[in-house]
Write a protein that binds this ligand. Structure first.
Ligand code: CP
Ligand code: NVA
Length: 293
């Protein structure tokens, strides 16, 4: 069966655990694997990206593979070629397809019509590539404790990043608490717990996680979001309300002074810049897994 990473639910807890262990190994020896030698991976970006593009493109190259960057507006997709035909042709040339787009249905269709792994590089609803690096960063920060013994608090908009943390954190057995204001909550089915109180969410938490208040595609409601989410800023006082030794995480890009203070973003308790680096290591482990013979 062809392996995919569309939402993260494709991974068993054992597969996720092995993938995170492998990610830490690859971080210790970044050029030790040639798992993608002679193989090409298409990376389709319909939305802007800094980290995801960098980490996949460099990671594929480090694995001996060749990344093929594609923009939908430069493909025949933009002139009406079907997703089905696109999937059939990509399957004849490359060995996997990464996609950053709005609709999850596009990924599902590529996966259904093609014959190669498809992985999610961010959709409106999910960001599992990010969550892999987030869980890896937790393993790295708390090496003596299993993920199932950790509590992670996400504070802010109930968005794609929050959903993937709940989904993949749940598979890993971690306790994930999400604090969001009314109107911006994540659905209960994603897993984890919900509250509107950031202090309640971070109580006992080993990591406090933030993301932008205005995601790509949400620009029309930016003012309302900033007003509703203002009490959900991650600052030193909120970190003080978490467990002793708690770390701050953020998927980036950040807006210092908005969802996170500059003191936290660049301070002693953050693991945010390690987290950004870990994107590459975690995704290399993912590609090895997706393309395992
Ligand atoms: N965190 C993340 O996905 O960053 P980019 O949008 O820069 O890829
Ligand atoms: N929630 C953000 C994440 C950016 C990496 C967005 O979708 O824009």
């Amino acid at each position: 069966m062809t392996r995919h990473l569309l939402t993260g639910t494709e991974l068993s807890s054992a597969a996720l655990d092995a993938l995170l262990t492998r990610a830490l190994e690859l971080k210790a020896a970044p050029l030790s694997s040639r798992a993608l030698a002679g193989r090409s991976v298409a990376l389709i970006f319909e939305k802007p990206s800094t980290r995801t593009r960098l980490s996949y493109e460099v990671g594929i190259t480090e694995l001996g593979g060749y990344p093929v960057l594609l923009r939908p507006d430069e493909m025949q997709l933009s002139r009406g070629e079907s997703v089905r035909d696109t999937a059939l042709v990509l399957s004849r040339h490359v060995h996997a397809i990464g996609v950053r787009t709005g609709p999850d249905a596009l990924l599902a269709e590529l996966a259904a019509e093609g014959s190669i792994p498809v992985f999610n590089m961010l959709t409106a609803l999910h960001h599992p590539s990010q969550a892999l690096a987030d869980l890896m960063t937790l393993r790295e920060a708390f090496p003596d404790r299993p993920l199932s013994a950790l509590k992670l608090a996400y504070v802010g908009d109930g968005n794609n990043v929050a959903r993937s943390l709940c989904v993949l954190g749940g598979i890993a057995g971690a306790d994930v608490a999400v604090a969001s204001p009314s109107g911006y909550e994540l659905e209960p089915e994603a897993g984890g717990s919900r509250t509107s109180d950031p202090v309640e969410a971070v109580h006992g938490a080993d990591a406090v996680y933030g993301d932008v208040w205005v995601s790509m595609g949400d620009e029309a409601t930016a003012d309302a979001r900033r007003a509703a989410l203002a009490p959900y800023r991650i600052d030193d006082a909120l970190l003080d309300a978490a467990a002793p030794g708690a770390i701050a995480l953020h998927c980036l890009p950040a807006h210092p002074g908005e969802e996170i203070t500059a003191e936290v973003l660049y301070g002693a308790r953050q693991r945010i810049w390690d987290q950004a680096e870990n994107r590459r290591h975690a995704q290399k482990a993912l590609l090895e897994y997706l393309l395992a013979d």
